[in-house]
Unconditional design. Structure first.
Length: 564
């Protein structure tokens, strides 16, 4: 957004339990990434989990956010079912509810529930999950297993076939297993070990749910974020049923010890953020099919492993997308009994990849999340390392779409920021492989003419109306790459080649399809479908006039083979 805080920053305000520290260790916009993944799912039944035992009752944090998220989803055409226990028996009269008993449920019973309702995903909001000792513990470390139904067992079983999301604000909630090591080391707490596909960190879990609703409202253009008055009335209702403030352990109208006026501030800030919100960059669903250049280079890159792969070893494909190249690797080294995994930040694409290639392990992950301890013998990455997190708000004052065309002073500052992100990618890679890494990524000036043409087209048609379109990219120079690698004495550079080659796309339709692959989502979100189609129409004319310039020397990239 051009000014003010973004949605993830808003829900992390007034942190008192270390969530700001956790966010600094895992610096991505968790709520944003989670909502984008959710929006790629088909509409259907959503299971929402909540209810946290405090002093004989359910605490006020969790049920409020769950109720309003369930209500919002129902209004948008989904079917919400809240999964909880007897502590929240009267909390959700308007919403269908499944009550899990404190004891006596079997895995087969959970399987029957999933089979009956076939949920498209599972969302937990402030629900306690088991720790490494198999117990449920409150924020003070006290065992509350006797008063906590094993709801997380249904959640974990559901994760086998559907995406899982989870909001937490302390570390003992479902989903916080993703940050187990950080919670132990930085916060000195005993964490929940239940993982999820998309964790959301918030200072108050209700706020994380509000943030999720805010992104849904921005996407659907439907007014579904509750007003403060609605939240105030609902909190008063569940307090009348015995609900308590989880920090104060008192039956009072507050949440997590926060002054209640702050709730109004959070909701107001979120509404403002919706108005100014910039949609993040995502590839279109058919990008892999349209980008012959990317697939062709990747296929050639795979051959670098021919003399490297040992029998019975492991390999991770970072930025695997729909798994096309991951599957090529698996097939090429079948005789070597190579165990291949794929990782991508896009959870919906990961599910699609697993459906297509069920003999390969796929999981959600990012270059900028160093939490996972798992290592692989080999790493592979094709056209992924130059992508960055959402760029800082200050750069949205620039009218151009990419840092290539920023003013010199701003461009220099952006390159400093971009280089820091590229260093994080190298740090991640260094932490992940034990033998070899084969990497390909764009260098400075890659696709320069392509981006210039897109920039000129938008300026010509909609000057001033497209400032929110900023491609989160950083293309390093070769000198910068070599300088970063020199700081890792345990890494040897076996190969470092640079190329400046033509796009594999040759016809006007193919080049336009290639461009649509990485611009469609941005343009339809910021300009709308009619204006977007006008952009593509003019782009087609410009490509026709400059097809040679559009193709030649556009793919400027680096191929690295590293060893330890």
């Amino acid at each position: 957004m051009q000014s003010g805080k973004n949605i993830d920053e808003i829900v992390l305000q007034y942190s008192t339990r270390g969530m700001d520290v956790l966010q600094s260790l895992h610096p991505i916009e968790h709520t944003k990434v989670a909502t984008e993944a959710f929006l790629k799912l088909p509409k259907g039944t959503v299971f929402l989990y909540t209810g946290f035992f405090v002093g004989g009752h359910a605490e006020t944090d969790g049920p409020v956010g769950t109720y309003y998220l369930a209500r919002a989803l129902n209004r948008l055409g989904y079917k919400s079912i809240i999964v909880t226990d007897a502590l929240c028996e009267e909390f959700f009269k308007e919403i269908e509810t499944i009550e899990i008993p404190f004891e006596g449920h079997s895995e087969s019973a959970y399987e029957d529930i999933l089979l009956q309702h076939n949920p498209i995903c599972h969302i937990s909001i402030e629900r306690c999950g088991k720790n490494a000792e198999g117990k449920y513990a409150n924020m003070r470390g006290k065992d509350i297993s006797a008063k906590t139904a094993p709801v997380d067992e249904l959640y974990s079983l559901g994760q086998r076939t559907a995406l899982t999301f989870a909001v937490g604000d302390g570390g003992n909630e479902i989903g916080m297993g993703n940050f187990k090591r950080s919670i132990e080391d930085a916060l000195s707490l005993v964490p929940c070990i239940v993982n999820c596909d998309y964790p959301i960190i918030a200072s108050v879990s209700n706020w994380g749910a509000y943030g999720f609703i805010a992104y849904l409202e921005e996407h659907y253009k439907e007014h579904i974020l509750p007003s403060f008055e609605e939240v105030d009335n609902y909190l008063e209702y569940i307090v009348s049923l015995g609900s308590v403030d989880g920090v104060k352990s008192e039956n009072v109208k507050s949440v997590d010890g926060k002054e209640w006026y702050i709730e109004q501030e959070i909701l107001s800030d979120l509404k403002t953020a919706i108005i100014n919100h910039h949609n993040s960059f995502t590839m279109s669903d058919n990008y892999a099919q349209n980008s012959k250049s990317q697939v062709n280079i990747g296929s050639r890159l795979i051959k670098e492993f021919d003399t490297l792969i040992d029998d019975g070893s492991t390999l991770l494909d970072i930025g695997c997308g729909p798994g096309v190249l991951t599957a090529q690797i698996k097939e090429r080294f079948t005789s070597k009994n190579l165990s291949v995994s794929g990782m991508d930040i896009d959870g919906a694409i990961i599910k699609k990849a697993y459906t297509t290639y069920s003999n390969i392990e796929f999981f959600v992950g990012s270059f900028f999340d160093l939490n996972s301890e798992k290592k692989f013998d080999y790493l592979f990455s094709n056209e992924a390392m130059h992508w960055t997190p959402k760029i800082p708000d200050e750069y949205y004052d620039e009218e151009n779409i990419i840092y290539y065309f920023f003013s010199d002073k701003v461009k220099a500052k952006y390159r400093e920021w971009g280089l820091q992100n590229f260093k994080k990618s190298i740090e991640f890679i260094n932490s992940k492989f034990t033998k070899n890494a084969v990497l390909q990524f764009g260098l400075d000036m890659q696709l320069h003419s392509v981006y210039r043409l897109i920039n000129e087209t938008l300026t010509e048609l909609y000057s001033g109306d497209f400032k929110e379109i900023k491609f989160p990219l950083f293309y390093p120079t070769l000198d910068e790459v070599e300088s970063i690698l020199s700081s890792y004495p345990d890494i040897s550079i076996q190969k470092c080649e640079t190329e400046s080659i033509a796009l594999s796309e040759t016809s006007i339709d193919e080049i336009l399809g290639f461009i649509k692959g990485f611009t469609h989502n941005f343009l339809i979100a910021t300009l709308g479908e009619k204006k977007m189609e006008k952009v593509y129409s003019l782009l087609e004319e410009k490509i026709t006039q400059n097809i040679d310039e559009m193709r030649e020397h556009q793919w400027k990239h680096c191929i690295l083979v590293l060893s330890k």
